[in-house]
Design a protein around this ligand. Structure first.
Ligand SMILES: CC(C)(COP(=O)(O)OP(=O)(O)OC[C@H]1O[C@@H](n2cnc3c(N)ncnc32)[C@H](O)[C@@H]1OP(=O)(O)O)[C@@H](O)C(=O)NCCC(=O)NCCS
Length: 172
């Protein structure tokens, strides 16, 4: 299995992964809406025998009142059902966080499974006084600091890109 940045030729394969992993097209559509519309934009694919089997996307989120905060949101991410639970997702998260750090992110937030993300260093964002704009359980909105000290002095409710509007329940 190979991990690499998404290229234009990967777009149908990326869409197929999200359509297969999630119940509806919301996440696949979200990727199409975000593609190329943010900077930085971290989009990685996992490839096995020439087939795209996993995808992860990280795009910037804002923290109102803190223009120097460099936060990114991890969403969406998916692995083809046949490839799940074999480490593809973990490899994508680790590579995605590395790429986000290289792109200048000081921390990454995720709204996701509280049993999954702590293994990568995520903690409830509320511990750092960072809140989710959506109605989500406290432990499901998590953050990992990528640059030591980046979260010191930050507080507030993050703002996702407008492309997330309307699908907040399912997307991240
Ligand atoms: C979540 C997802 C990306 C994980 O990818 P993966 O390749 O299966 O993950 P890995 O093989 O690296 O890790 C497997 C671990 O994740 C856990 N895991 C997988 N899906 C999980 C879920 N829905 N809830 C909780 N834990 C989950 C497994 O229990 C396993 O834990 P273990 O190592 O303690 O046994 C993948 O299952 C997926 O695409 N799910 C459907 C879409 C989705 O929910 N996306 C993420 C939104 S936060």
């Amino acid at each position: 299995m190979q991990l690499r940045p998404e290229t234009p030729a990967d777009q149908p394969g990326v869409r197929a992964v999200h359509l297969a992993a999630f119940e509806g097209p919301d996440e696949a559509d979200l990727v199409n809406r975000l593609r190329g519309h943010t900077f930085p934009y971290v989009s990685l694919v996992a490839v096995d025998k020439g087939r795209i089997v996993g995808h992860i996307l990280l795009t910037p989120v804002l923290l109102p009142g803190h223009p120097r905060a460099r936060l990114m949101g991890l969403a969406p991410m998916a692995v083809l059902p046949d490839y799940q639970r074999s480490g593809v997702g973990s490899a994508l998260v680790e590579a995605g966080l590395d790429a986000a750090r290289q792109a200048g992110a000081g921390a990454v937030v995720v709204l996701g499974h509280p049993a999954y993300y702590p293994r990568f260093g995520f903690v409830p964002a509320s511990r750092h006084a960072i809140a989710c704009p959506y109605d989500a359980p406290d432990e499901a909105f998590m953050i990992v600091e990528l640059m030591p000290g980046h979260l010191a002095g930050l507080a507030g409710t993050v703002e996702y890109h407008a492309a997330f509007a309307g699908i907040e329940g399912a997307a991240p």
